[in-house]
Design a protein around this ligand. Structure first.
Ligand SMILES: Cc1cc2nc3c(=O)[nH]c(=O)nc-3n(C[C@H](O)[C@H](O)[C@H](O)COP(=O)(O)OP(=O)(O)OC[C@H]3O[C@@H](n4cnc5c(N)ncnc54)[C@H](O)[C@@H]3O)c2cc1C
Length: 472
């Protein structure tokens, strides 16, 4: 029989994805002893099956599309992508699914790594293997989320792709059905279609990217179709089976589609079903509700940071929360009882409520921050939206021949600050941070006139948006 060993820390972090790593970084920087528990790879979903591999697949796709829009360059890039080279480049970016580099980083900040499944075992206590880790100040649950598969009979035998297989596949399927219309579905449809698969996208709702302004999904659907994908909206999967290697999908509209693989990009669930939540009075399998310091409701010591709290399922937002949670844990550990909670606080993740940015790396890119027009209206703000055709901007014309793109700014008419901005078009992903600064900083429109964009960049869209607002 192995003996259990109890080891005391200031902070125990459950899960070493980007969020757990950043909580540990901050608590270590504050001088707190910190244990990190990880049962797969240090670096989490983001490094190995999400952000990094998906963007490594998409970058050549987008670069090729951009190059094909430039006279003088177009002819030089007419051939297909070198798919094996793109997949190898993706493998390089995931370090071939080895986490040695990130383990070294964790050791470098002075955190102790425990390999294995961590579970809460009552207040301030986590078990991992034969170890019991106790936390003087905080346990931070950073266990992330996993893909959800629909409840279709026989689905397991079909061996469907989730985001994991879609980002790590080592060969290009001949035909790929993508079920879903959100970010993962549209990005993976874009990547695999360009890498040589014949992609069919099945979307239950009216269109793609339905959390963004409607024109974003419309433009991405149009471009996917132009690229050769078959995008079918208002269609859901009735049944799916596999025989002799071929996947057969029957839709609720009675159509039968054959494919080599099927990807379900149909949502995420919290990885909280087997982490001992019941031992601290919480519901296993639930998203964890937190306050702005990322502390679980009614708890003195339990924090839930990143995907697991369902505030914004994005790495950058989770890392932001991690910086805040780390600062809050350190402040409370040093005896500060009441943390300030205003918009400028270092201890409150206020941007989660009104200034979350997101870039969808499709072609065209779709980027947004803050609220869409519909969301702002639903929230009761008195707003006006102004739209600009991006092709009217000199920098856009230079960026791509026949540039197609659109921008929307949602202005609050009470105080004339921006509630949200959406940009769709080639290259706009790098532009969205200017909008994030304006939205998070609550910069009045009158002051934005003095933020002068360089000529001739696509950023001059800001002038067109301000003019459209003034002249409306
Ligand atoms: C295909 C895809 C593409 C994406 N692209 C982007 C993008 O471009 N940009 C962006 O911002 N976001 C992107 N996201 C979202 C992003 O991946 C997540 O928001 C991010 O990974 C969340 O980080 P996290 O640390 O909260 O969780 P995770 O990255 O999921 O990490 C959680 C870690 O906890 C570990 N763990 C879980 N349970 C236990 C346990 N009981 N004991 C020990 N360890 C445990 C897991 O093994 C994992 O390593 C994408 C998501 C997908 C699916």
């Amino acid at each position: 029989m192995t003996e259990t060993e109890t080891i005391a820390y200031d902070v125990v972090v459950l899960g070493a994805g980007p969020v757990g790593e950043n909580v540990a970084d901050r608590t270590r920087a504050a001088g707190l002893t910190t244990a990190v528990v990880e049962n797969e790879l240090v670096g989490g979903e983001c490094s190995y099956w999400a952000c990094m591999p998906s963007k490594a697949l998409l970058r050549p796709v987008i670069a090729q599309a951009d190059a094909r829009r430039l006279p003088g360059l177009r002819q030089a890039v007419q051939g297909p992508l070198d798919a094996p080279a793109v997949l190898a480049h993706r493998n390089y970016y995931t370090s071939d699914w080895q986490d040695d580099g990130q383990v070294r980083w964790l050791e470098g900040i002075g955190a102790d790594l425990y390999r294995g499944r961590g579970r809460l075992a009552g207040p301030r206590t986590v078990t991992v293997g034969d170890k019991i880790l106790t936390a003087r100040h905080a346990v931070a649950v950073c266990t992330g989320s996993r893909a959800v598969l629909p409840d279709l009979p026989g689905l397991a035998e079909v061996k469907p792709w989730t985001s994991r297989e879609a980002t790590s596949a080592q060969s290009v399927p001949g035909r790929l059905v993508v079920v879903g219309g959100g970010v993962v579905a549209t990005e993976m449809a874009t990547a695999w279609q360009a890498l040589g698969a014949q992609v069919t996208v099945l979307v239950r709702g009216k269109g793609l990217l339905n959390r963004m302004e409607p024109f974003a999904g419309e433009m991405v659907a149009e471009a996917l179709t132009e690229a050769g994908a078959d995008v079918r909206t208002g269609t859901s999967v009735e049944s799916v089976s596999r025989s002799d290697g071929t996947v057969v999908v029957v839709t609720d509209t009675g159509e039968r589609i054959e494919a080599d693989e099927i990807l379900f990009a149909t949502g995420r669930a919290p990885r909280t079903d087997d982490i001992g939540l019941d031992t601290v009075g919480l519901e296993p399998g639930s998203w964890l509700t937190v306050d702005d310091s990322l502390r679980v409701t009614d708890s003195e010591w339990l924090y839930a940071v990143g995907d697991v709290n369902h505030r914004a399922l994005l790495t950058h937002q989770g890392k932001y929360q991690a910086r805040i949670a780390g600062a809050a844990i350190a402040a409370r550990a040093s005896g500060v009882a009441d943390l300030e909670s205003d918009a400028w606080s270092a201890h409150a993740a206020t941007a989660d409520h009104h200034a979350v940015p997101q870039v969808v790396f499709t072609d065209p890119e779709a980027a947004a921050v803050g609220l869409s027009l519909a969301e702002a209206e639903q929230a009761g703000h008195r707003v006006r939206a102004v739209d600009v055709d991006l092709s009217s901007v000199a920098g856009a014309g230079l960026y791509a021949d026949g540039y197609k793109g659109r921008a929307r700014m949602v202005v609050d008419l009470e105080d004339e600050i921006l509630r949200g901005v959406t940009l769709v078009g080639p290259g706009v992903g790098e532009l969205i941070h200017s909008a994030t600064v304006a939205v998070a900083g609550q910069v009045p429109v009158a002051r934005l006139w003095h933020a002068v964009p360089s000529y001739p960049t696509i950023s001059e869209v800001w002038l067109r948006l301000l003019e459209a607002f003034r002249d409306h």
